[in-house]
Write a protein that binds this ligand. Structure first.
Ligand SMILES: Cc1cc2nc3c(=O)[nH]c(=O)nc-3n(C[C@H](O)[C@H](O)[C@H](O)COP(=O)(O)O)c2cc1C
Length: 379
């Protein structure tokens, strides 16, 4: 108890300098980011039904705690794909991080290393696969946007990630075309067109060799063509599997039949995600999809989760419902915009601390025993 009080006091003192709640981080980020940039990060697609539903659904799930267990220490270590991690957290891939901070993904990767939290680097990152690997020997995964225009570009990026020591390839399957984002449309704001997401393309030998004209504008136009891939099917996933020894994780699975197909195609894991409500609006809340998918997957492959996670309690709910690990999205991006590397560190640290307190109060001393919790969803 004394320790907890000490921790709370320490957090309180520290928070004089740093925001604590998601809303506070967002407010500081909003002040620091260019208007178009903040809007790009914060908004969802369409009428933002799904973005809002991610939150309302999480709030409808309640934890039924257990009592009279010794929780003097709470162990949140997590095993995933044969690796042991200090916590159940990863950072979701978020592209174009120089929109938030001049150091972009370099700052984020360095913050992750401190907690040995895997950082999932986006295809459309501002900094390249190699630049990030150079500054951080912490765990890193690479997120791939399939390049139907020239699959060799995708294989090249996978190869680069392998060579640079990344541990897994996350193939995002819910972004076959850009979502209907009205805010960005009205503002005419496209960070990709402004060059914020070129880091991996400009450094890719296959992509660059395929260009006739190496002027900045032509590079960007070619990236915009490569990024759309409505032709993506399971066959491409099977082909990607053949091209790498790294585990393949599919990000953006919401239907239980797709989860089962992922198992059939030999995929190593899935991320249940609706892209934070930025892609198809009107879809099921990610947490509700998780509950359905967990039933059919039944431990055959790891299930990761994101979309709407704002604090430790949200993560504990997802873990209790059936996630093996949880990816943090917008909260860390706001940490980055607000205070760079230290901001991301603070966000990760608070997530871990709040998760420990939540598990302790719920009577769970080891995350591995979380199945002992009850979960109930209001209608
Ligand atoms: C500004 C922004 C950029 C994103 N870029 C990518 C990306 O490049 N690749 C990807 O797979 N997901 C991307 N995502 C989706 C995140 O990985 C994650 O699914 C989402 O942020 C989760 O929702 P939440 O932030 O509301 O928790 C992006 C999300 C945001 C907010």
């Amino acid at each position: 108890m004394e320790n907890r009080d000490k921790l709370m006091k320490e957090i309180g003192e520290n928070e004089m300098a740093f925001p604590l709640t998601f809303k506070e981080w967002e407010d500081v980020a909003k002040e620091k980011m260019i208007t178009g940039g903040y809007q790009y990060v914060s908004k969802g697609a369409g009428s933002e039904e799904t973005a809002k539903r991610n939150r309302t659904a999480l709030e409808k799930w309640s934890i039924i705690p257990r009592m009279l267990n010794d929780v003097s220490t709470v162990d949140v270590t997590t095993e995933l794909l044969g690796n042991k991690y200090a916590s159940p957290f990863l950072l979701s891939p978020i592209g174009m991080q120089k929109l938030a901070h001049t150091n972009g993904e370099i700052a984020t990767a360095q913050a992750c290393k401190k907690f040995m939290v895997p950082f999932i680097l986006s295809t459309v990152s501002s900094c390249s696969i190699e630049e990030v690997a150079e500054v951080s020997n912490g765990p890193k995964w690479f997120q791939l946007y399939w390049s139907h225009e020239n699959p060799e570009v995708s294989y090249s990026m996978i190869h680069r990630a392998e060579k640079a020591g990344y541990e897994a390839i996350v193939v995002t399957v819910d972004t076959v075309m850009a979502g209907w984002r009205e805010g960005d449309m009205k503002a005419g704001f496209s960070p990709l067109s402004l060059g914020y997401g070129s880091g991996n393309y400009k450094t890719d030998p296959v992509f660059m060799a395929s260009l006739k004209d190496k002027e900045e504008q032509s590079i960007i136009e070619e990236i915009l063509t490569h990024i759309q891939h409505p032709q993506l099917t399971w066959d491409a996933i099977a082909e990607i599997k053949k091209r790498t020894t790294l585990p393949i994780i599919l990000k953006g699975i919401l239907h239980k039949e797709d989860a089962l197909l992922a198992v059939k195609y030999g995929v190593d894991g899935i991320i249940v995600s609706n892209h934070g409500g930025r892609q198809l609006d009107g879809v099921i809340a990610s947490i509700d999809a998780l509950a359905e998918i967990k039933e059919v997957i039944d431990k055959q492959i790891p299930i990761l989760f994101d979309s709407g996670v704002r604090r430790g309690v949200d993560a504990v709910k997802a873990l209790a419902i059936g996630a093996d690990a949880v990816c943090i999205g917008r909260p860390y991006l706001y940490g980055l915009a607000a205070h760079g590397k230290v901001g991301v560190e603070k966000v990760i640290e608070r997530f871990i601390q709040e998760t420990e307190v939540t598990l302790g109060l719920a009577g769970i001393a080891r995350l591995a025993e979380i199945e002992r919790l009850g979960m109930k969803r209001e209608k």
